[in-house]
Design a protein around this ligand. Structure first.
Ligand code: GTP
Ligand code: MG
Ligand code: ZN
Length: 259
């Protein structure tokens, strides 16, 4: 798996070899596999970089699901809004609010443009000394960003489909790049959607970082925060301490049977 550390023996003189042992994995990021299983995506990462853009259209639920996958894997999410150069006046308020909201929850959120090279320095700083994976919809500019950091590498990027406005799944393999200033960056194939592996109930609410101060305060200790009386989470939503939008993501996950 990409990110694995292995012990290997050289076989032949052409720099090839045979893997003898896969060393224990520090962290593993998963996605759903069928209805009940889970499939590992990458090993030994410290940070999940959730990339989004105005094109293809922003998918807030997708961002939330990746945040939860990162929390479950005990890795740090970083939210990256790319294609800042495309922002029109009417988009600025919406994107500005999105950034403030995620920062308030406790997630580092950056606005960048891989095309114009803006915000890249701050982003590059967040990579040093860590192993990070870029995830997100096809076409948001994951490979373009790797190319920005490693201009000498031959990295393929692809245009969006003119008909659908969606990416064309240009990257087909997960690849780890060593960065010149330390740290590793993994590029991964873009997705249309991302399904979480099944999450135990009591872990799902913990994965919503802003729920944590209220957990344990509901009337019923096994409260699922749906329509139970005396629910501290529902009360926090009503008082504005938790965003409606995030609560909707939580409900959608419960209702989809993911938790
Ligand atoms: N305007 C603008 N376009 C960008 C930016 N970054 C990337 N793009 C364009 O977005 C398209 C998709 O870029 P890719 O880097 O191939 O996207 P990806 O996320 O790697 O896509 P997959 O490999 O399919 O998952 C290309 O046409 C890029 O030129 C940006 O900052 N601004
Ligand atoms: Mg790509
Ligand atoms: Zn509750």
């Amino acid at each position: 798996m990409c990110g694995d550390r292995v012990e290997w023996l050289p076989a032949g003189g052409d720099n090839s070899g045979v893997i003898e042992t896969i060393l224990p994995r520090r962290t593993v990021l998963h996605r759903a596999d069928g209805n009940h299983g889970q499939r590992p995506l990458v090993a030994n990462i410290d940070q999940v970089i959730i990339e989004a853009a105005l094109e293809p259209a922003l998918d807030y639920f997708l961002i939330d699901k990746y945040c939860i996958a990162a929390e479950l894997a005990h890795t740090e999410p970083l939210i990256l809004i790319n294609k800042a150069d495309l922002l029109q006046e009417q988009d600025r308020e919406r994107i500005g609010l999105l950034i403030i909201e995620y920062r308030h929850i406790g997630y580092t959120t950056l606005l960048i443009s891989a095309l114009m090279n803006t915000g890249i320095e701050a982003f590059a700083d967040s990579l040093s000394g860590k192993t990070s994976i870029l995830v997100g919809q096809s076409g948001v500019g994951k490979s373009s960003l790797v190319k920005c950091l490693l201009p000498d590498r031959d990295i393929v990027t692809g245009k969006l489909s003119a008909a659908s406005g969606l990416g064309k799944h240009t990257t087909t393999a997960t690849t780890l790049y060593h960065l010149p200033h330390g740290g590793q960056l993994i590029d991964s194939p873009g997705v249309r959607d991302f399904h979480l592996a099944r999450v135990p109930d009591e872990e799902l609410d913990y994965c919503f970082r802003e729920f944590r101060p209220y957990l344990g305060q509901c009337r019923f200790h096994n409260c699922r925060h749906l329509s139970e009386p005396g629910c501290a989470i529902t009360a926090a939503v009503a008082e504005g301490g938790i965003l409606e939008r995030r609560m909707a993501s939580y409900r959608k996950l419960i209702e989809s049977g993911r938790a």
